[in-house]
Ligand binder design. Structure first.
Ligand SMILES: Nc1ncnc2c1ncn2[C@@H]1O[C@H](COP(=O)(O)OP(=O)(O)O)[C@@H](O)[C@H]1O
Ligand SMILES: [Mg+2]
Length: 594
C-alpha cells in the first residue's frame, strides 16, 4: 500500500519545479513559526523584566513581520501544492483512460463500468488530496518536528528530555491508528465502487427496469449497497474519532509534565519565565506536527488504498498485446486462413472453438451459419484480433495477425458488430468515426450504400442531427444502417457483418443487399445473418456447430447433403422476400421475421 503511494508520487515528476517551490514555501512558513517563540521570549525576559519599551516594540514588530511572512508562505504553499497535485491528478486520469482503452476485449468483458468510473474519479481525487495536502503537510510537520527538537534541546536539554517522554506513546498510537485505517478505507472505496456499479447499471438499463416494474427491487438493491457504504463510513469515522482524544491526552500529559518540572526550575532560578513560555510554545510546535502527521495519516491511509486500486488497473497486462517486433501491415489482398484454431475465453474452462480450419479467397463472400452460441461471433472476432487464439493461427495474406500492429490490422477491417453503438455527436460524425477527415461526399456515399441516406435526410437536421446519449433516438434498424455506413466509409478490404441487419425490415434489407452485393465485389466479406436470402448469396457457407466447422459449401450443396444445415435453415433463417425461394423453403417464408 505504501509502495503504491510512493509509485503514485511519480505522477508528480512533471511538476517537480512547482512542487519544489511549494516545499520552499513550507520551509519559510515553518521558519516563521519557529522564530515567533524566540521573539516572545525576548519580550518577556528582556522587554518586560528589564522594562525596555524599545525592545518590546521591536520584538512586537518582528512578530508582525514573522506573521506576514508566514501568511504569504502559507498561501503560496497552498496554491503551489494545489497546482502540482491537480496536475498530477490530470495525468493520472489520462493515464488510466488510455490504459483502459488499450486493454483488450477480454478485460472489458469482465470489468464493471461503475468500478472503473469510481477509480478514475474518486480514487484519483483521494490520491490527489494526499499529494497536494497530506504530503506537503507531512513535509512541513517533519521540518517543524526536527526544528522544535533541536531548539528544545538547545534551550534546556533536561527539560527537553522530559518533553520527549511523551513522543514514543504518541508514535505508538499513530502507528496503530494508520495500520487500522488502511484496510478500512480500502473497504470503503470498494463499497463506493459497488454502489456506483448498481447506479450505472440502473441508469443504463432503466427501460428494462420499468418494463418489468422492478423499481422497488432496484431501489432496495441500491439501498442495500448504500447501507453497506454508510456502515463503513461510520466505522472509519469511529476509528478516527477514537484515535484523536487518545493523541490529545498523551500530548496534554506531556505539556503538564513540562510545565510542572519547568515551574520548579523557574522557582529555583534555573530557568527564566520567558524561557518557560518559549519552551512550552516549542512543545506545542512539537506536538502539532505529530497531530498533523496523525491527520495526515488518515489521508495517507486513504490515499494508499486508492493508489493500490489505481495501480490494479495500470498494472493489468493486456491479453492481446502487440509483439515488440510487430510491423505495420501493408496493403492486402484479403485472403484469410484459420489454421487449426482453438479459442478459450479467459476465465472459461472449456474451448469455445476447437481445431477450426478454413481458407477464404480474396474477394469471397462467406456466410457463417450455426445455432445461437455455436461460436459464429467468436470466429469473426479473431480476424481483427479482438481475442487471441489459444493455439493455431489466423492468417491474412499468409501473415499471422499477431505479427502486425493492431492499428494497421484493424484499419483494414470494417466491423459491424452485433449491437450498433453510436456515440453522442451528429450522424455525420458517427459515420466518419473511423475516418474523421472524410468529406461530406464520402459520408453521404457510405450512407447511400448502407441504405441510410433517405432516413437521415428525413431527420430534423439531416446529417447534423445529434444522436446517441441526449440525442435523437434512432430505431434499431436505423442504428444498424448508420453502423454499416461507418464500416463502409473506411473502404475496408475485409468486411465483417455480425447480425448487422437483424433489425432492418425485410424490404430495406433487400434494397441494402443489392447495394452491398456491389460493395462486396472486391472485398472479403464475412456475414452472420439470419435471412436466407443473404446467406444464399454467399460464395461459401461455413456451418459451425459447438465451436467446430462441420460443413462448408454453397446453400444448395449444404441443403442437399447436411441435415443440421437443413434444420437450421428451417428454424433459424427466415425469408421474408418474395423472390427466388425454392419450393421446399416456402414454408419458412410463412414464419415471418424474427
Ligand atoms: N466474451 C466472452 N467471454 C466468455 N465466453 C464467451 C464470450 N463471448 C462468447 N462466449 C461464449 O462462447 C460461445 C459462443 O458464443 P458466440 O461466438 O457469441 O456465439 P454465436 O455468435 O454463434 O451466437 C457461447 O457459449 C458464449 O457463451
Ligand atoms: Mg453472435
Amino acid at each position: 500500500m505504501t509502495t503504491d503511494l510512493l509509485r503514485a508520487l511519480r505522477f508528480m515528476r512533471r511538476y517537480t519545479l512547482v512542487a519544489g517551490f511549494a516545499v520552499l514555501a513550507v520551509l519559510a512558513a515553518s521558519a516563521a513559526e519557529l522564530i515567533a517563540p524566540q521573539l516572545l521570549k525576548r519580550i518577556i525576559d528582556v522587554g518586560i523584566t528589564g522594562s525596555r519599551t524599545d525592545v518590546i516594540i521591536a520584538a512586537a514588530l518582528g512578530l508582525v513581520g514573522v506573521a506576514v511572512v508566514g501568511g504569504i508562505a502559507t498561501f503560496l504553499q497552498g496554491y503551489l501544492s494545489a497546482r502540482a497535485s491537480h496536475g498530477a491528478a490530470y495525468d493520472m486520469r489520462n493515464a488510466i483512460f488510455e490504459k483502459l482503452q488499450g486493454l483488450s476485449f477480454s478485460y472489458h468483458d469482465r470489468a464493471q463500468t461503475g468500478q472503473l468510473i469510481t477509480r478514475v474519479t474518486s480514487d484519483v481525487d483521494l490520491v490527489r488530496d494526499f499529494v497536494g495536502g497530506g504530503l506537503v503537510q507531512a513535509i512541513s510537520a517533519a521540518i517543524m518536528l526536527v526544528g522544535a527538537v533541536v531548539l528544545l534541546l538547545e534551550m534546556n536539554w533536561r527539560l527537553a528530555l522530559v518533553a520527549f517522554a511523551s513522543i514514543p506513546a504518541t508514535v505508538f498510537v499513530l502507528v496503530k491508528f494508520v495500520g487500522n485505517l488502511g484496510p478500512s478505507f480500502r473497504t470503503f472505496q470498494q463499497r463506493l465502487a459497488a454502489l456506483n456499479s448498481v447506479l450505472q447499471e440502473n441508469i443504463a438499463g432503466v427501460r428494462v427496469v420499468k418494463a418489468f416494474a422492478r423499481e422497488p427491487f432496484e431501489a432496495q438493491r441500491y439501498r442495500g449497497a448504500d447501507e453497506l457504504l454508510l456502515d463503513q463510513g461510520l466505522k472509519v469515522r469511529i476509528t478516527v474519532a477514537n484515535a484523536f482524544p487518545l493523541l490529545f491526552s498523551v500530548g496534554t500529559l506531556g505539556v503538564a509534565l513540562v510545565t510542572w518540572v519547568g515551574a520548579v526550575q523557574v522557582i529555583h532560578g534555573e530557568l527564566t519565565v520567558g524561557e518557560l513560555v518559549a519552551f512550552t510554545s516549542y512543545l506545542m510546535l512539537l506536538l502539532q506536527p505529530l497531530f498533523i502527521i496523525g491527520f495526515g495519516a488518515q489521508s495517507i491511509a486513504r490515499a494508499g488504498a486508492s493508489a493500490q486500486r489505481l495501480f490494479e488497473i495500470l498494472d493489468v497486462a493486456t491479453d492481446v498485446a502487440e509483439r515488440p517486433n510487430a510491423v505495420a501491415m501493408g496493403p492486402i489482398q484479403g485472403r484469410i486462413e484459420l489454421r487449426g484454431v482453438t479459442l478459450r475465453y479467459p476465465g472459461s474452462t472449456t474451448d469455445t472453438l476447437s481445431d477450426l480450419s478454413f481458407i477464404v479467397e480474396p474477394g469471397a463472400a462467406i456466410a457463417l451459419v450455426g445455432a445461437t452460441g455455436s461460436g459464429k461471433t467468436s470466429v469473426v472476432n479473431l480476424i481483427p484480433r479482438f481475442y487471441d487464439v489459444a493455439s493455431g493461427a489466423v492468417l491474412i495474406d499468409d501473415t499471422d495477425v499477431r505479427d502486425v500492429t493492431l492499428d494497421s490490422l484493424r484499419s483494414k477491417i470494417g466491423v459491424v458488430m452485433q449491437d450498433s453503438v453510436l456515440f453522442s455527436g451528429t450522424v455525420a460524425e458517427n459515420i466518419a468515426y473511423g475516418m474523421p477527415d472524410a468529406t461530406r461526399e464520402q459520408i453521404e456515399a457510405a450512407a447511400r450504400s448502407a441504405e441510410a441516406h433517405e432516413f437521415i435526410l428525413q431527420l430534423e437536421h439531416g446529417y447534423e442531427t445529434c444522436v446517441g446519449e441526449r440525442g435523437v433516438r434512432l430505431s434499431g434498424g436505423q442504428r444498424q444502417r448508420v453502423a454499416i455506413a461507418r464500416a463502409l466509409l473506411i473502404d475496408p478490404r475485409i468486411l465483417i457483418m455480425d447480425d448487422s441487419t437483424s433489425s432492418v425490415d425485410a424490404e430495406t434489407e433487400s434494397a441494402l443487399r443489392l447495394k452491398l452485393d456491389a460493395l462486396m465485389e472486391d472485398r472479403t466479406t464475412f456475414i452472420i445473418a439470419q435471412r436466407l436470402s443473404t446467406v444464399r448469396k454467399a460464395d461459401t457457407i461455413l456451418l459451425i456447430d459447438d465451436g467446430r466447422l462441420v460443413a462448408q459449401g454453397t446453400h444448395d450443396e449444404l441443403l442437399a447433403e447436411n441435415c443440421l444445415y437443413a434444420e437450421i435453415a428451417a428454424s433459424q433463417l427466415v425469408g421474408g422476400e418474395r423472390v427466388g425461394m425454392p419450393d421446399h423453403c416456402d414454408l419458412l417464408a410463412e414464419r415471418g421475421d424474427v
